[in-house]
Ligand binder design. Sequence first.
Ligand SMILES: C[C@@]1(CC(=O)O)C2=NC(=C\c3[nH]c(c(CCC(=O)O)c3CC(=O)O)Cc3[nH]c(c(CC(=O)O)c3CCC(=O)O)/C=C3\N/C(=C\2)[C@@H](CCC(=O)O)[C@]3(C)CC(=O)O)/[C@H]1CCC(=O)O
Ligand SMILES: NC(=O)c1ccc[n+]([C@@H]2O[C@H](COP(=O)([O-])OP(=O)(O)OC[C@H]3O[C@@H](n4cnc5c(N)ncnc54)[C@H](O)[C@@H]3O)[C@@H](O)[C@H]2O)c1
Length: 185
Amino acid sequence: MAYFPMFVNLEQCDCLVVGGGEVALRKIEQLVKFSPRLTVIAPSVHPEISELARHYPIAIYERGYSINDLEGRFLVIGALDDLFEQERIFNYCKENHIHVNCVDSPLLCSFIFPALIVNDDLTIGINTAGRAPAVSSALRKFLTTLIPKGIGDLIDHVDSIRHSEPVGKERQEKIIRICKDFFGQ
Ligand SMILES: C[C@@]1(CC(=O)O)C2=NC(=C\c3[nH]c(c(CCC(=O)O)c3CC(=O)O)Cc3[nH]c(c(CC(=O)O)c3CCC(=O)O)/C=C3\N/C(=C\2)[C@@H](CCC(=O)O)[C@]3(C)CC(=O)O)/[C@H]1CCC(=O)O
Ligand SMILES: NC(=O)c1ccc[n+]([C@@H]2O[C@H](COP(=O)([O-])OP(=O)(O)OC[C@H]3O[C@@H](n4cnc5c(N)ncnc54)[C@H](O)[C@@H]3O)[C@@H](O)[C@H]2O)c1
């Protein structure tokens, strides 16, 4: 069954990544773009995660996680290489209404991490309901080449019209025309 793409404001939300390997790194590289309060817990942490922590507010704890670490989080990613522990994380989070993503099975995810195209405030998320992540990845690369240059300027332009001109049919039609012209429609 398809998953509904809910775009969530993560600013200052308390997000935890358990695990600090290659897969954790990939998730963290994306998450930092959305300004969460990020914590990483793992006995061994990829050097590129430590490097990211020099540029973004990431708290790193180099130790095994305990279930108490999950308490009160907004979102938890179980990116450790241990299916038993992922199940434990998933069950705790489900019981405690915490958004959870465990990397070894869609069945252990309350949300799925999309392949992402992020261009300032424009975000495109791709997802196959957990069936074919490599398709999401390849499609992300394909779509990236199709995004016209100047899309950021278009968003700025439309935003400035929405802030400076009175709400109404005239403004609406102007904005729609500008957008269609940009895409040659
Ligand atoms: C999109 C992306 C986001 C990200 O992770 O950042 C992402 N996986 C990516 C790549 C990728 N992952 C895997 C391969 C190798 C090919 C293959 O095995 O198929 C490749 C391709 C590659 O590496 O190029 C292996 C893999 N992935 C999962 C499992 C377990 C399982 O399916 O049971 C296994 C087997 C592990 C093993 O071997 O044991 C599970 C998940 N991976 C997801 C997301 C979620 C479903 C997304 C969707 O519905 O499309 C989900 C359910 C959970 C989650 O992680 O949220 C990212 C592309 C980023 C980008 O390029 O932009
Ligand atoms: N979702 C995906 O897209 C995807 C893709 C490939 C692989 N995987 C799966 O993701 C898992 C992780 O892969 P990886 O390549 O990042 O592995 P890795 O070996 O590079 O990293 C594993 C990390 O988990 C940490 N860890 C282990 N036990 C821990 C504990 N008790 N508490 C906290 N941290 C702990 C380790 O210290 C390490 O940092 C694997 O099980 C793999 O099958 C998922």
